[in-house]
Design a protein around this ligand. Structure first.
Ligand SMILES: [Zn+2]
Length: 443
């Protein structure tokens, strides 16, 4: 069968609802979906491609629910002034960097982030892009990078008034164009949301236009929410509303929408997020780095909010982010016994639900009918590995090694730590270095 893949004889960690540990098990993927999970000897007369997973653990691929591919070119950038607070971080670093991006930078910075994700077993990413002086064509360039790497990604352009009316208009148009393009293509690799930067850089008039277009296209929105207290201060001063209340007024919230961060939200706002079924994405490493606080994800979840986990481009390794999320909740509560269930369900249960709403596939579990997206690790457990302690092995063991093999929709993107793509990684890095050097000179 041409569109099939057999992962043979691994230890399958199903995750999902059942959390089974299936030793000596094989996973058959047909037409992009898991067709069978069964002991090796029961799958006979198979003639397609095989991957030997003997001595390895097989997991559902990870999902990164909030990131910025363009941040790849900030690595090693030294030309930034020290910042006293989050708004200065934006002005001194991110808004200088993104304003200098050209379309080719968008493509190569995305490739760098995507290749890093493959190396860490991340198979689906939800990106938020900004390049104010190269808006038109930016999402198309990133889409090309996504398709060349074989991963799944949901893209958007972060609309903002910070660069004036003309660029805001381009941001509206780029989102609308790309959403329609994805709807026409209707495949399960590339999807779109309507991107908004944050409440404090979007006027009522621009928000209204975005809402009108987004609603007409039946799409959700992807926006930073209350990342710093200053977002709330601006909303209260300018709009006499708190940030989440303002977004509710424009009907930006909803089951297809993503609110990143939500650190400085009150209980009423948490309830609005829960009522509207808006997904909240927690990004602990970024929040610590920017010294903006730690979201109270325990309370958000207790109130019924669907909380997922993102990296905000701090890493391409979801297990690293998971660990930091856990330590962050301990520290926030000054209690080492809280947060394990919430943090692990953010990554392993809620990210799959959030991605499922966008991509229309079942993620996060190795079972019949689920997406054939897998991460395989060469992991020989030094302590018993059983269905009751899989999470302990993920947090403290599997997180310490790189993925061995990464599969999306039955296509092998990396096998035995070697990329199997039509891309030369050394050439990609070399061109990215040239572009980053030029970019830094323009900053
Ligand atoms: Zn972000």
């Amino acid at each position: 069968m041409p569109n099939s893949l057999l992962i043979e004889n691994g230890t399958v960690l199903t995750l999902g609802i059942t959390y089974k540990v299936l030793a000596g098990c094989s996973v058959l993927i047909e037409d992009g979906l898991v067709a069978k999970v069964a002991p090796k000897q029961t799958i006979k007369n198979y003639r397609g491609k095989r991957v030997d997973a003997t001595g390895k653990v097989v997991l559902p691929g990870f999902i990164n629910a909030h990131t910025h591919f363009y941040s790849s070119f900030a690595r090693g950038l030294t030309k930034t002034k020290p910042s006293k607070d989050f708004n200065q971080v934006l002005k001194n670093l991110w808004w200088r960097l993104d304003s200098a991006l050209i379309t080719e930078d968008c493509y190569y910075s995305a490739l760098i982030a995507l290749l890093g994700s493959i190396r860490h077993g991340t198979t689906t990413l939800i990106d938020h892009h900004a390049s104010p002086n190269a808006v038109v064509g930016s999402l198309g360039a990133i889409e090309r990078a996504v398709r060349e790497t074989g991963l799944r990604a949901c893209l958007c352009y972060e609309l903002s008034d910070r660069d004036g009316v003309g660029i805001a208009k381009e941001g509206l148009a780029e989102n609308a164009w790309f959403i329609q393009r994805c709807q026409q293509q209707n495949d399960s690799r590339v999807k779109a949301l309507f991107g908004l930067h944050a409440s404090f850089t979007i006027s009522d008039a621009t928000m209204e236009k975005a809402a009108t277009i987004g609603h007409a296209l039946h799409t959700g929105f992807h926006i930073h929410v209350a990342e710093a207290q200053s977002d709330q201060d601006w909303a209260l001063r300018q709009c006499s509303k708190r940030v989440v209340e303002r977004l509710k007024k424009f009907e930006i919230l909803g089951p297809r929408s993503i609110a990143a961060h939500c650190i400085h939200v009150n209980q009423h706002e948490m309830d609005l997020l829960a009522e509207t079924q808006t997904a909240v994405i927690h990004n602990p490493q970024s929040n610590m780095n920017n010294a903006v606080g730690t979201a109270n994800i325990i309370e958000l979840m207790r109130r019924g909010v669907l909380v997922g986990l993102g990296t905000d481009a701090m890493t391409t390794d979801m297990l690293e982010e998971l660990r930091v999320a856990l330590w962050g909740q301990h520290l926030r509560a000054k209690n080492p016994s809280v947060g394990f269930g919430e943090v692990t369900s953010a990554l392993f249960a809620n990210n799959p639900k959030i991605a499922g709403r966008i991509f229309g596939l079942r993620f996060g579990e190795i079972c019949e009918g689920a997406a054939g997206d897998l991460a395989i690790f060469d992991y020989d457990p030094p302590t018993p590995l059983e269905s009751g302690n899989v999470l302990g092995h993920l947090v403290f063991g599997i997180s310490q090694i790189e993925a061995d093999t990464t599969v999306v929709g039955g296509r092998v993107l990396m096998e035995n730590k070697k990329l199997t793509l039509n891309l030369d990684e050394a050439r990609v890095n070399a061109r990215a270095r040239e572009l980053a050097r030029d970019l830094w000179q323009r900053i």
